[in-house]
Design a protein around this ligand. Structure first.
Ligand code: MG
Length: 310
């Protein structure tokens, strides 16, 4: 017999409710080797919303030459049925991307920054100070348009070029993004190396610096199998927003460039067992990831999807 839901046994000290910030259509699909038809992308977003996800990051307005997988950003948004009360953020790399997003009626955007000099140079071709100088007008123009801005901060727990990343360096980077006007910051463990004590230390450092953890999200990758343990540590410390990717999208087990996004199903299974409300219907979500696996032509790397569809 396959158990289709966990036994509910709460732990003390957890929030009653968590916002699951679904990044699959953007962070997942941008890392997929193949191109997904525009119509399937729209269906994915609409099915995720129908499964109860309150925030679904739809796409990215980066230059199509860089991310051909998301070159149809405007087309995806144009035909999308948007529901009231649901947020549909998009990633914008610069002012030009922001203008294109606003033209599509976008009301939530996200910008990208690095906690380390090396990754800022490799990913943005800029040093740390130049990165903030580039983001400042994007954030200002978003706020002027009445649009909320999330800051993604990558390499918060380790960097493939610099190795370990000092906690105070990450705290300073978060403070810079909030000073620019970001409404929240998502802490990315881009290479998936963090462990629960590290999570607690970083969040403690942010609290000590006066950062309200209500404006902090966590974005864990399961590359080293630590994502759920790190999530639990973050929730115990007071975080209430967790990023994840439906079906573990973007974490293709057969691709060498596997990014290992935490799977939304694995997250929701744990939160359901803990009695933490998410509003997500796990069966509908699994059905969506199962359908998408058919579109992509390969099985989902999510443990829960595999267990419930095997
Ligand atoms: Mg990711």
């Amino acid at each position: 017999m396959t158990l289709r839901s966990p036994q509910r046994e709460p732990l003390p000290g957890l929030p009653p409710e968590v916002v699951v910030w679904e990044v699959g259509p953007r962070d997942g699909l941008q890392n997929e080797p193949g191109l997904v038809p525009t119509e399937a992308k729209r269906e994915l977003v609409e099915r995720l919303v129908a499964a109860g996800l309150p925030v679904v990051e739809v796409t990215s307005f980066v230059r199509p030459e860089w991310v051909p997988q998301l070159a149809d950003a405007a087309e995806v948004l144009a035909g999308l049925h948007r529901r009231d009360g649901v947020r549909y953020p998009v990633l914008v790399p610069n002012e030009r991307g922001l203008v294109r997003a606003l033209d599509c009626g976008v009301r939530d955007v996200a910008v990208f920054a690095s906690a380390t000099e090396s990754f800022a140079r490799r990913n943005l071709n800029r040093g740390l100070d130049e990165q903030y100088a580039m983001l400042a007008p994007v954030v200002a123009a978003s706020l002027a348009a009445g649009v909320g801005v999330r800051g993604y901060l990558s390499m918060c727990f380790g960097d493939p070029w610099e190795g370990h990343v000092p906690v105070d360096q990450v705290v300073r980077a978060v403070a810079r993004l909030l000073e620019l006007g970001c409404s929240e910051v998502s802490l990315g463990d881009t290479i998936g190396v963090g462990t629960p004590g590290h999570v607690r230390t970083l969040l403690g450092g942010l609290s000590a610096a006066g950062v309200d953890l209500d404006v902090v999200g966590v974005h864990f990758h399961d590359t080293y199998g630590q994502a759920l343990a790190n999530t639990l540590a973050a929730l115990e410390a007071g975080v209430r927003t967790v990023d994840s990717s439906a079906g573990g999208l973007g974490g293709c087990p057969y691709a060498k460039s596997a990014t290992g996004n935490l799977a939304t199903e694995d997250l929701v299974w744990m939160l359901d067992g803990l009695g933490v409300r998410t509003g997500v219907d796990l069966e509908r979500l699994v059905a969506t990831s199962s359908w998408l696996a058919g579109v992509l032509g390969r099985p989902s790397p999510s443990r829960v999807v595999r267990a419930l569809t095997g």
